[in-house]
Design a protein. Structure first.
Length: 277
């Protein structure tokens, strides 16, 4: 009887230890999970209050990958991606995050991402998404424009396919250009073009020149005159230079324009893409 009671108590204690350890691990994971934000800065009041409240809900799933923001502005920018990058850095610093900016001054839609979101939403996907939603901005349906953009960003982060018609069109144009280049190459080829086969090119002849030089000389025929050009011998030596070479370096935390940042090559501060509307 005591043996059975001991076995029962032992099993109960093992179960309690396992449950306690699982709670501890879950709590540690919950504490380690970053607390990402959803931000809406509608300076131009393109959305109603009800639309802003609904858009907050629509943007919420993207916080699994980083901070996310929707911004409208009419501030002029010569480079809309740099402008979006600076907005993201002001809001989230160098934490994982992304912004979708509607600039009414230059009529641009821009997506700029950094960190974990940027691993999925690169510059190619950013351009495709802004292309896909530009028609909503053109028709002044800014809520649907933003909602669809964030929805497609989430699809990309979760490895789902999105429509990329402009990308396919670009590939088709490249294929046509390559085809034309190949066709022109064949047309002007001596081997495949019968009109080129009858052309006689001047032969390479060998002459004995006066003096100490004995080598190959190219003979070019120009009308009835023969021109002889003697090859020029170039002496190549080695030289050493003293002193240290200067190297360019900069920190992305201090650069104002990441498109010219030498330490990140213009892309280390995150990718971006934009489209006109």
């Amino acid at each position: 009887m005591k043996t059975k009671l001991f076995k029962a108590l032992f099993c109960v204690s093992i179960i309690c230890v396992l449950l306690l350890s699982s709670f501890i691990i879950a709590g540690a994971e919950e504490e380690a999970k970053p607390d990402y934000e959803v931000v809406i800065i509608d300076e131009l009041d393109l959305l109603t209050e009800a639309e802003e409240a609904q858009l907050l809900t629509d943007m919420e799933p993207l916080t699994a990958y980083g901070n996310i923001a929707f911004v409208t502005t009419d501030e002029y920018a010569s480079d809309e991606i740099d402008q979006a990058r600076l907005i993201r850095k002001e809001l989230f610093g160098f934490e994982s995050g992304g912004v979708f900016v509607i600039n009414m001054n230059i009529r641009k839609l821009t997506i700029q991402c950094y960190g974990k979101i940027n691993e999925s939403v690169n510059d190619s996907y950013a351009r495709s998404i802004t292309d896909n939603v530009s028609s909503y901005a053109t028709s002044k349906d800014y809520y649907t424009c933003a909602k669809t953009a964030f929805s497609q960003m989430l699809d990309v982060c979760e490895n789902r396919q999105i429509s990329e018609p402009m990308k396919i069109t670009g590939y088709a144009v490249i294929a046509v250009m390559l085809g034309l280049i190949i066709a022109l190459g064949i047309a002007f080829s001596k081997r495949h073009n019968p009109m080129q086969r009858d052309i006689v090119f001047p032969p390479r002849r060998k002459f004995k020149a006066q003096g100490a030089f004995d080598g190959d000389i190219w003979v070019n025929y120009v009308g009835t005159t023969t021109k002889v050009r003697t090859p020029v011998h170039v002496s190549v030596g080695t030289s050493s230079s003293s002193g240290s070479s200067s190297s360019r370096s900069s920190s992305c935390s201090s650069c104002s324009s990441c498109s010219s940042c030498s330490s990140c090559g213009g892309g280390g501060c995150g990718s971006g893409g934009s489209s006109s509307f």
